[in-house]
Design a protein around this ligand. Sequence first.
Ligand code: ADP
Ligand code: MG
Length: 226
Amino acid sequence: MSSPVIKLEGISHRYKQKNAPSLVIPAWQVESQQQVFLHGDSGSGKSTLLNLLSGVLTPTEGSIEVLGENLTKMSSAQRDQFRAQNIGVVFQTFNLIPYLSVLENIQLAVYFASKSQHQVIERAEHLLSNLHLDLNILKKPVSQLSIGQQQRVAIVRALINEPELLLVDEPTSALDASARDAFLNVLINTSKTNNTSMIFVSHDKAIEHYFSQSVEITALTEQQGV
Ligand code: ADP
Ligand code: MG
């Protein structure tokens, strides 16, 4: 029996400068190889939850297991290493370095030193073409890319280490509908082909049908006594 990809118990997260917790989740579990659409209003705690799952933030209370490992028992350095090795993260703002080329941005994320330069480029090219990006984009500085291209480069970077879990925070700057549909199709297909589980955060219910599961964040925060 495969263990869940995510298992939360008794989670509460309070930001330092706040009096009350910004996120409380009594319990939540995600089974492997699901593509989960996590939606909710602005300010409902979606980004906070993704940052807890990637180990960027630690909860004030409760335990977080990701891929069978307890993040809340790790040091911050161990969480960083675990993230680099196992989790692909696409931040709302992409966090690409604008003056570096696409390839340099991707290379910075490469975790396994055992991978040769050649293997990295081969995988990057494979992912880029899956995402319908021209290969000559690798040499371009990120600052010359459109938002849609940056979003796809951020996905390539997140997938370069073949992570078991992909966490995507939807960018606020909207793509037009047809570009977004193409992007979502490719993202879901890539995640299925690579057997990657995915949590995709958005406030936009119109894209719910792309995913194998849909969860409203209030459904997680409101459940009692589980
Ligand atoms: P969402 O991603 O759903 O829009 P967030 O997780 O960003 O929601 O925010 C949830 C709540 O936590 C909000 O009330 C927000 O003001 C608060 N919050 C988010 N980030 C911080 C932070 N760095 N410091 C203090 N409060 C924060
Ligand atoms: Mg957010």
